[in-house]
Design a protein around this ligand. Structure first.
Ligand code: PRP
Ligand code: URA
Length: 219
């Protein structure tokens, strides 16, 4: 019982859902089966931008002064973190592009992975990462289902000693969130929306189908 309460508490402090009807209207649109690829990618990019702005409020900032044309100084709080932005191909790419617009100075890293449809285990086909020591690593992937793909990425990234790891996803399954926090309760997760379950073939339900196919067509 104590363990359950502790885990529930960890979930509350580690999962930040930016509840907003504009963001929710974008989730509504990507769930709609009639949304075509181009619009689907554009909506995901917007979702990435909105969540990234929400993430920024929790980052370390420093005060910076600027002298305006009025010859008066104004003081502002600006993000003070070295950010590495990582994604998992294919479906993570549009979300990543949206996050990148908010953190254009970030370094970038890429994984290519593919879930085996039967075993649901994701194979790692490509890894290209910059140095990560003491940096804030943000992983953007559209779907967090079993969390197998994300955990593959996290385990590789953890070995590179980042300062912290933040996850951004459009749609997350509760099971995927639980699996991440069981592995590492310090990871901060920012899902645009959380769905309750996975079906028997590992798809999020109600979900939106195969995100990679919705973005780029059938493999
Ligand atoms: C999607 C998505 C995630 C993964 C999530 O990729 O982009 O990486 O599924 O599922 P998991 O949490 O159960 O690992 P997918 O494997 O469908 O490949 P794709 O992006 O190339 O279509
Ligand atoms: N990957 C997807 O693209 N969709 C899901 O529902 C689960 C994993």
């Amino acid at each position: 019982m104590k363990k359950f309460i502790l885990f529930f508490f960890i979930q509350i402090i580690s999962v930040s859902i930016f509840s907003n009807p504009i963001l929710e209207s974008l989730i509504y649109k990507i769930r709609d089966p009639s949304t075509e690829k181009k619009e689907f990618r554009e909506y995901l990019e917007k979702i990435g931008e909105y969540i990234a702005i929400d993430v920024a409020k929790d980052l370390k900032t420093k005060k910076q002064n600027i002298k305006t044309v009025m010859q008066i100084e104004a003081e502002h709080n600006l993000v003070d973190e070295n950010i590495v932005l990582v994604t998992i191909l294919r479906a993570g790419l549009p979300l990543f592009n949206g996050v990148f617009k908010v953190f254009p100075e970030a370094e970038a890293g890429f994984f290519a992975m593919q879930r085996n449809e039967k075993t649901l285990i994701a194979s790692i086909d490509y890894v290209a990462l910059p140095p990560m020591e003491n940096k804030t690593v943000i992983i953007a992937d559209t779907m967090l289902a079993t969390a197998g793909s994300m955990l593959n990425a996290i385990k590789i990234i953890e070995k590179r000693n980042p300062k912290k790891i933040i996850l951004i996803c459009a749609l997350a399954a509760k099971e995927g969130i639980d699996n991440i926090l069981k592995h590492n309760p310090d990871i901060q997760i920012y899902p645009a929306y959380v769905d309750p379950v996975l079906n028997e073939v590992g798809y999020i339900v109600p979900g939106l189908g195969d995100a990679g196919d919705r973005c780029y067509g059938i493999k």
